[in-house]
Design a protein around this ligand. Structure first.
Ligand SMILES: O=C(O)CCC(=O)C(=O)O
Length: 261
């Protein structure tokens, strides 16, 4: 079955080889060096604007070739962030759909999750409900005061039939690709290593940000004839002070967009 047929049917692809073990080690060490300088990089928005490692990965031809098959030849990078669960940490992600609070006016959006360490059931890999993207937007309940939930609003969809869930286990260097309406979640990391993913969100250029027109994105491939977004600048050096200030502003905007219903 082609990638697009599988994606349209299941709402996701998993276990796709992207980078090799040496590249994983290099990208992980660049992330961890940066963390030694500025602290945790978990869930920071637009990391590709301050670090050269994710700047390279967001434009990786193997990733873009697949994204192209799913949303067409014109591709914008909307966001990139590391999602890190520390070894033996309680953090988890409740059942949700990505697009629910993002303010995008179309579902021509894809989340790629590239593993920089082992993402297994024991380390808290994502679990997906195959085919659930076809249900469209589902009601979410906003949570309160749950510091262990990675999501900004601890939002969750109730009454999931977990017997239908499939674990999207990834070896380091592999990626999954999921649709914005796919129901997914992840459990705490019970392993002795950090679980590190680089989550990259791509959109087709016609997709508008309705909560904040003029938000930013970066052309990865093809042309952007719509120009709905100001242009992000991909990092050409690590932790440049101007780029860091700009990212701080974008972080506030991102939390304003994704952190409210
Ligand atoms: O990293 C995780 O465990 C969850 C990631 C997620 O929800 C996403 O990529 O949309």
């Amino acid at each position: 079955m082609s990638y697009s047929a599988q994606y349209n049917d299941q709402g996701y692809l998993s276990g796709i080889d992207i980078i090799n073990a040496d590249e994983v080690a290099e990208h992980r060490s660049q992330l961890e060096n940066a963390e030694q300088q500025i602290g945790s990089m978990h869930y920071l928005a637009k990391v590709h604007t301050i670090l050269t490692s994710p700047a390279k990965l967001v434009s990786h031809p193997r990733i873009l070739d697949i994204v192209e098959q799913l949303i067409g030849p014109d591709i914008l990078i909307y966001n990139a962030s590391y999602i890190i669960k520390e070894a033996n940490a309680k953090s988890y992600v409740s059942w949700h759909q990505d697009l629910t609070y993002w303010g995008l006016d179309s579902d021509e959006q894809i989340s790629v999750w590239l593993a920089l360490s082992d993402a297994s059931e024991s380390s808290g890999c994502m679990r997906m409900i195959p085919g659930s993207h076809r249900l469209g937007r589902q009601p979410h309940i906003l949570g309160e005061g749950d510091d262990n939930n990675v999501l900004f609003q601890s939002q969750r969809v109730a009454d999931i039939d977990e017997s239908k869930a499939v674990a999207a286990e990834l070896k380091p260097g592999q990626a999954s690709f999921h649709h914005g309406w796919l129901l997914h979640a992840s459990s705490p990391n019970a392993s002795a290593d950090r679980r590190i993913g680089l989550n990259i969100q791509y959109i087709a250029p016609h997709v508008r940000q309705t909560k904040l027109p003029g938000y930013t994105a970066l052309l990865a491939r093809g042309v952007d004839q719509y120009r709905h977004y100001e242009e992000d600048v991909a990092a050409t050096s690590d932790l440049d002070s101007g780029a860091m200030r700009r990212r701080d502003e974008l972080e506030r905007l991102n939390r304003d967009i994704a952190g409210r219903a």
